[in-house]
Design a protein around this ligand. Structure first.
Ligand SMILES: Cc1ncc(COP(=O)(O)O)c(C=O)c1O
Length: 388
């Protein structure tokens, strides 16, 4: 089934006014009020107790849908994050001289919450996001919340926005935690104040192709990362430089860009926002994470699941020339899930791969999705349920 991304205006059937009170309690958590904003006015409907928000749940794409609440926690340089709180979702105030706006001091995460048929809310390996954010923050000279603070903040934010978690089978609630240097800094340096923030949006498929195979373009002009850089962490500075290559590839009809290593221009690295796997018979290989590739949580989970299914999984060097011998290629990521690759174009040659039923990628995809959605037993302790 192909789902096309839908803009917010088409998704939300009706807007109503926000409640007039400035603070209230959500699921036992204290809610603070924020300055009113146009977004807040647009997204909040009067009945926050409804089981589901008023959305066209059958046509979710991967676009921003403002929800009811976000989570904010601040701390000064040299201190640690202590107390965060939920507030109405809306615009935030930033000094024009903030570290994030001027020097790109920021890092982010992405994870998802799922709703089960019985209404239970599930998170997938949130501790892994907490650890990765800590590593990213450390690389960008920023403080980060503890693992417990991070997971607790995630739970609070999802619970407060629970009417925006799509019904089972319709999608998930995408969760975007981020840390930024929010304090003013004129000369290059670490900002004097930091903000940890979480916002959420209900989502369906990431690619406009839906679950259809992706057509990748091997990028040779632009590099995503280099040795000693930030490719191995989720710094915000890794993403805007890729927009040129991504836009050009999309204009040429491709789904996304496949990057090569910047030294030899020969070895596969990853796609703009997901990792890559190559299948040949019973062997599955993926580029090793050596500092230039993001260690995806989906990548790590798929390696485990594939081994459980009896595949021989290797992390190492894969040259672009080896693709010609591949049976299958697939991408992994929180946003994309496990996405089959139908073709890869390199230096004018289009290589095609097996997709569809009876493929390894589909087998792994079904297992991972079933674990995430609580449809099969989680024997690995990956699922965290949110108490309601
Ligand atoms: C560059 C990059 N690679 C890979 C991934 C996949 O990581 P994960 O599976 O943790 O979502 C992401 C998404 O976070 C990404 O931005």
């Amino acid at each position: 089934m192909i789902q096309r991304s839908t803009r917010f205006g088409h998704l939300l059937r009706s807007f109503r006014d926000a409640p007039s009170s400035s603070s209230s309690k959500i699921g036992g958590y204290l809610l603070a009020s924020t300055a009113s904003s146009p977004l807040k006015q647009a997204c909040v409907s009067t009945n926050r107790d409804d089981e589901f928000a008023n959305l066209d749940w059958d046509n979710l794409g991967f676009g921003m849908v403002p929800t009811d609440y976000m989570y904010i926690m601040k701390c000064s340089k040299g201190e640690s994050f202590e107390h965060g709180q939920l507030s109405n979702f809306g615009n935030i105030e930033l000094s024009p001289a903030s570290g994030v706006l001027n020097y790109g001091q920021g890092a982010y995460e992405g994870t998802k919450a799922y709703k089960k048929e019985d209404g239970r809310l599930l998170l997938f390996r949130p501790d892994q996001n907490a650890i990765r954010l800590k590593n990213s923050a450390e690389r960008m000279c920023m403080p980060s919340p503890s693992i417990d603070q991070f997971v607790d903040a995630l739970k609070q934010t999802v619970l407060a926005n629970k009417r925006w978690v799509p019904p089972p089978g319709k999608g998930s609630l995408y969760i975007r935690p981020l840390i930024m240097g929010s304090g003013e800094i004129l000369g290059l340096g670490a900002a004097p104040e930091y903000t940890f923030l979480i916002y959420v949006s209900p989502v369906g498929n990431y690619f406009k192709e839906g679950l259809a195979p992706l057509n990748l373009y091997v990028e040779e002009e632009f590099d995503r990362a280099s040795r000693g850089g930030t490719g191995g962490v989720k710094s915000i500075t890794n993403y805007a430089p890729g927009l040129k290559a991504l836009t050009r590839a999309k204009n040429r009809g491709f789904s996304d860009v496949l990057y090569l290593d910047s030294t030899n221009k020969k070895n596969l690295e990853e796609v703009s926002s997901c990792n890559i796997f190559v299948v040949k018979g019973n062997a599955i290989s993926t580029p090793a994470t050596n500092g230039t590739i993001l260690a995806g949580i989906t990548r790590k989970s798929i390696i485990d699941i594939a081994r459980d299914h009896g595949y021989q999984v290797e992390e190492g060097t894969i040259t672009v020339d080896e693709l010609i011998h591949a049976d299958e290629v697939f991408c992994t990521g929180t946003a994309v899930g496990v996405a089959p690759v139908g073709s890869i174009t390199y230096q004018g040659t289009r290589m095609e791969f097996k997709t569809g039923a009876q493929t390894v990628s589909q087998q792994l995809y079904f297992t991972l999705e079933a674990i995430k959605k609580g449809l099969i037993e989680d024997k690995k302790g990956w699922i965290v349920e949110i108490d309601q």
